[in-house]
Write a protein that binds this ligand. Structure first.
Ligand code: NDP
Ligand code: 8X3
Length: 254
């Protein structure tokens, strides 16, 4: 059996690109997400292009009960997960905190923090048993600095940053590596989700500069996953060249 990567949120963007990258590098893949049609299409393409074995798990990471049933349903040999990429996440809404919608706050907190914890909690025992593993948490530049109107999304990514450090401290005794990958602006479905399907608004986020692509982040994820056994990359912050930080993006007008 080949090595196994478990990638949450692989139906789009960074998760999908990471699944392709690991398959390209001879891994078998477990992919998750809420859209079954997308999972099926990606699974078929990974099998065809890379001869990978693939398992799809269709569930919402916010629900610990269904996450438990899905992950525990994996055949024993598939529980030997070498790399977990905690990627599923979202921003919902963009506005000052006083105008915030509690439903959006809950979606972000439940997905980005609690979902990441649930998946990790279910996979820790598999890695601890084997005395090895690598957990790669997708944080954000938004987890390093807050920006205007980013409030709760930033708070969830600060939490991811804290959990990455905490997992590293608690799991080092089990020989488990923990890496944080923190991208700046990457053009995926992220802004479409943040702006609730408004394509014009979503597109305008990336006007006038070259954003990162999902593939750029997948390259970085793979770099950290392919270091020798004695090397851990703790933290990577990756920005488009036009973006210095959350407040400074150089945009050229058309
Ligand atoms: P996309 O919207 O393109 O992809 C998000 C993925 O997360 C989808 O596969 C989606 O699957 C999954 N997901 C979201 N909510 C849930 C849920 N409740 N249960 C299961 N899966 C879920 O965005 P990105 O690829 O850009 O985002 C991936 C990660 O990268 C996120 O954690 C995001 O915060 C982070 N990030 C993104 C940046 C960017 O600029 N794009 C920059 C920094 C970090 P489905 O809808 O099928 O459930
Ligand atoms: C996504 C990057 O800067 O839009 O995490 O919040 S940002």
């Amino acid at each position: 059996m080949k090595k196994i990567a478990f990638i949450s949120g692989a139906t789009a963007g960074i998760g999908e690109a990471a699944a392709i990258k690991f398959a390209e590098n001879n891994f078998d893949i477990i992919i998750t997400g809420r859209r079954p049609d997308r999972l099926k299409a990606l699974s078929e393409s990974l099998k065809k292009k890379f001869k990978s074995s693939v398992i799809t798990l269709n569930f919402d990471v916010r629900n610990f009960r269904v996450a438990t049933a899905a992950i525990n349903s994996l055949p024993e040999k598939w529980k030997k997960i070498d790399v977990l990429v905690n990627n599923a996440g979202l921003a919902a809404g963009f506005g000052t905190i006083d105008d915030g919608n509690p439903e959006d706050w809950e979606a972000m907190i439940d997905t980005n923090i609690k979902g990441l914890l649930y998946i990790s909690k279910l996979i820790f025992p598999f890695m601890i048993k084997r005395k090895k593993g690598h957990i790669i948490n997708i944080g954000s530049i938004a987890g390093k600095e807050v920006y205007l109107k980013g409030n709760v999304y930033c708070a969830t990514k600060f939490a991811v940053d804290a959990l990455t450090k905490a997992m590293r401290a608690d799991l080092v005794q089990h020989n488990i590596k923990v890496t944080g990958i923190c991208p700046g602006a990457a053009e995926t479905e992220f802004s479409l989700v943040r702006y609730k399907g408004d394509k014009e608004k979503a597109k305008s986020v990336y006007d006038g500069f070259k954003p990162l692509s999902a593939g750029d982040i997948a390259e970085a994820i793979w770099f950290t996953a392919s270091r020798p056994a004695h090397v851990t990359i703790n933290d990577l912050v990756i920005m488009p060249t036009a973006q210095a930080d959350t407040k400074n993006i150089i945009k050229k007008s058309k």
